[in-house]
Each structure stands twice: as structure tokens, then as C-alpha cells.
Design a protein around this ligand. Structure first.
Ligand SMILES: Nc1cc(-c2ccc3ccn(Cc4ccccn4)c3c2)[nH]n1
Length: 239
């Protein structure tokens, strides 16, 4: 899997060399390429923004640098196997199932906007050429797309076959299909007693049936408390 990042702050992606994703890069599972959008400007000030047509506050990212960067990084041929991701507050909420779908992609290009956003013709052009995803991380506003691109990268790469040492652990995570779309139950490890707080006895009983039942009940309780929106979904085991 090749991952490209287009941004006016490409150094944001240096962190990928340290983390788990860095290991995947080392063993050849993923290739990481970060690019400075200003490399495709031609004026002395390396300008990437301009005032919004129709007025309004803030600045909008000009289309020209994006188009030239696309030509060089992706090419001028249409190819639906290339996935181009635009993080945006107006995007579709990014989900675990979207991460799972993207984990089989051979090529993902992240377009990280700044200012008030990117000229919409850039997204329209990209849609005419590749498979485009406008995605939101959640109902809060960041200053740009870089942090969202990092989060999406981690969610996707950890699902790439061969990346996780123990793929079984993926099946028990919150939001995974194996968890019936429920939140993960509380976790404990040694010591059994810590600062007056004890591990629930059932987990020390060695009785696998009771343990499974306790974990299920805890997942249902937590999901009902914190994410009632998940309790009605078809994938959840509770209704
Ligand atoms: N879930 C998300 C995604 C973002 C996001 C993604 C890309 C950009 C490019 C610019 N901004 C700042 C900005 C501020 C005000 C209105 C619009 N955008 C971004 C914010 N925020 N929260």
C-alpha cells in the first residue's frame, strides 16, 4: 500500500516513521510519501490561498497547486483504484467499516486542506479521475486535515493483513464485527488488588462461560450508557 500526503505542513507526517505505521513501512507493507503543496506554486511567496468568491471570512485554497500536484503525484490518467481522501468538517463520518474497506486499497492519497478549505473544483476534478472520499472525524472543527489524515492512516494501516502481530485481537475491539457492533468491555490485568481496587472475581474464576457472559453484559451496559445510537443498528446484538 502506497500512502501519499499533500499538505502545506508535510512535517506532520514525520511521526509516521516512529509509530506502528513506521514498522509497517520498514517491512514493506506500506510506503509513505509526504509532499509540500507549496512545491507546486510558482510565485515568490509560494501562495496557496486566496479570498473566497462571493465574499465571507477567511481564505480558500487555490485549485492550481492541487491540480499540478495531482498531475505529478498521481498522474493524468483516470484510475478508480486510487483512493483520494479529503478530510473536511462537512465530510461523511469516518467509521471502522470505512477503515476496513480502505485497508485493501493499493493507493491512498490524503489531501490536507487548511484555511477555510479547498476550492471545490479540486474535489470535483478528483471525483472525475479517482475514487474520492470526503470524510469527517467527528462533530468538532480542527485547523486542517493533517490530524484527521493521521488518525485515518492509523485506523486503516492496522487492518492491513500482516500488519498486526496478533490479528485475533482485532476481532474483539470496539466497533469490530466480532464485537457485535458493541463497545469493548472493561479490561484488567495483574495485580489482582491495586490501591484497594480488585479485579472482578468472575475474571479470576477460570469459568470461561461466566467470563464470556460477564463481558457481554458489560459491553451491552456500556453501549446503552454511552452509545445508544449503536443499540438500534442491525450489527449490534441488542435492540
Ligand atoms: N472532522 C473534522 C475535519 C476537520 C477539517 C478538515 C480539513 C480542514 C481544512 C481546513 N479546516 C479548518 C476549517 C475551519 C472552519 C471551517 C472549515 N474548515 C479543516 C478542518 N475538522 N474537523
Amino acid at each position: 500500500m502506497r500512502l501519499d500526503y499533500l499538505s502545506i505542513f508535510p512535517a506532520y507526517f514525520d511521526v509516521l516513521d516512529i509509530s506502528l505505521v513506521g514498522k509497517a513501512a520498514i517491512n514493506g507493507l506500506v510506503e509513505i510519501h509526504a509532499h509540500d503543496l507549496r512545491d507546486w506554486t510558482h510565485d515568490r511567496h509560494r501562495t496557496v490561498d486566496d479570498t473566497p468568491c462571493g465574499g465571507g471570512a477567511g481564505m480558500v485554497m487555490k485549485p492550481d497547486p492541487w491540480g499540478e500536484a495531482f498531475d505529478e503525484i498521481i498522474g493524468t490518467e483516470s484510475d478508480p483504484s486510487v483512493h483520494v481522501i479529503f478530510p473536511a468538517p462537512s465530510g461523511t463520518p469516518f467509521t471502522q467499516s470505512a477503515a476496513a474497506e480502505l485497508s485493501s486499497a493499493q493507493r491512498i492519497v490524503f489531501c490536507c486542506g487548511r484555511y477555510e478549505g479547498i476550492d471545490h473544483r479540486v474535489i470535483d476534478y478528483a471525483r472525475s479521475m479517482w475514487t474520492v472520499h470526503e470524510v469527517s472525524l467527528g462533530d468538532y472543527v480542527l485547523n486542517g486535515g493533517e490530524v484527521a489524515a493521521l488518525a485515518i492512516t492509523e485506523a486503516v494501516v492496522r487492518l492491513v493483513p500482516g500488519f498486526m502481530g496478533n490479528p485475533e485481537s482485532l476481532a474483539e475491539e470496539s466497533f469490530s464485527a466480532g464485537q457485535d457492533g458493541l463497545l469493548e468491555y472493561p479490561l484488567f490485568t495483574r495485580p489482582v488488588s491495586w490501591r484497594g481496587l480488585d479485579v472482578p472475581e468472575v475474571l479470576m474464576s477460570g469459568h470461561h462461560g461466566r467470563i464470556a457472559s460477564w463481558r457481554r453484559d458489560e459491553s451491552v451496559r456500556l453501549t446503552r450508557e454511552r452509545r445508544p445510537d449503536l443499540t438500534d443498528s442491525d450489527s449490534s446484538g441488542i435492540h
